[in-house]
Design a protein around this ligand. Sequence first.
Ligand code: GLA
Length: 406
Amino acid sequence: STPIKSSAASDVYKRQIMQTKMREEFAKIFGEGREPEFYFAPGRVNLIGEHTDYNGGHVFPCALSIGTYALARKNDCGKMRFYSLNFTRFGMLAVEGPANEFTNVPADNWCNYPKGVMWAYTQKGYTIDSGLDILYYGNIPNGSGLSSSASIEVATAVILNDQFGFDVDMVEVSKICQFSENKFNGVNCGIMDQFAIAMGKAGHAIFLDTADLSYTYAPLELTGAKIVIACSNKKRGLADSKYNERRNQCETALAQLQAVKPINSLGELTEEEFDAIADTITDPVNRKRAKHAVYENQRTIRAVEALKNNDIALFGKLMNESHVSLRDDYEVTGIELDTLAETAWEQPGVIGSRMTGAGFGGCTVSIVEDDKIDAFIENVGNVYKDKIGYAADFYVVTVGDGAHKM
Ligand code: GLA
């Protein structure tokens, strides 16, 4: 596997070529006419705070410079017409309106994400009174756990706001997109992905309290080190149903705790408070799940404090502890992610490494000293391929801005 490295100059160049190519494709697919407009929504990576966002806890994600590009313009046929350069085999999908009657049709595949956002806007009272032609192109590896689907959702929301003049701020955008994923796509996800993608800021991570959506931007000054993503390339088969199952387990545990303590979420408890009443949770599996949610939230608060104090070593140590908790208590890692993280821990120059996102496949995120990155990629890559049988992909991360019109 080849590490993807790029300079700012080559990135700009690549983006220009891509934009020109997208305009040509747009004209070929939807016909000549008024110039369509350009939009972008990033992917995201979470540094720490995993499976806390539906437990009223904290998360610490950042937006990536890779993401979803989209070209859009209103049409006169009244239909929503979608095309993705990543899924050319599906061709162009034309959906007859009105958007408030859209339903999730499995055959529509990836289009259920933009359709869902349009439907969600109508549920929130917005009127979509024209068809749109939208061409998407994404450079987030698909199904990698870097939120390619939330990126498509938020890109679609930015298009709707701009094309129809909706006055919806970006926090509301993230809520509408989460609503669409929950109600239209059937995944009971929290707010983290959509929030990070809508609200990201170059060079910063977002410290978000999911209990009340208060947030601060923390500069990512990793002096002499970079964020490296390792993508396991594991197919994420039953991830959605296992995700929903974890969420239900946390809810069951919370309900039992509420019988002895007046709390609204697991995120309200310190480790000590949890330990004192943990026995109330009758099922040992649910008890472990809740323990992770409580401990991970406290770990996240501590990690952000460490970063503020320039204590990168402590930040890294907390990342490693997060992985152990996700492996042993939350049980969402699996041999692929464990191999990536545990091999990373043994490499020189690795400050911390953990799985990121929902788990069950997907990626790890590591902080690696600059001059050790090449060796890191080679060594972890080799061990992974030997043990798992196929290669992982590595990306050195640039932290970019949230979704916007270009
Ligand atoms: C997925 C969900 C998020 C969050 C993470 C786990 O990415 O979409 O809401 O729950 O998993 O932290």
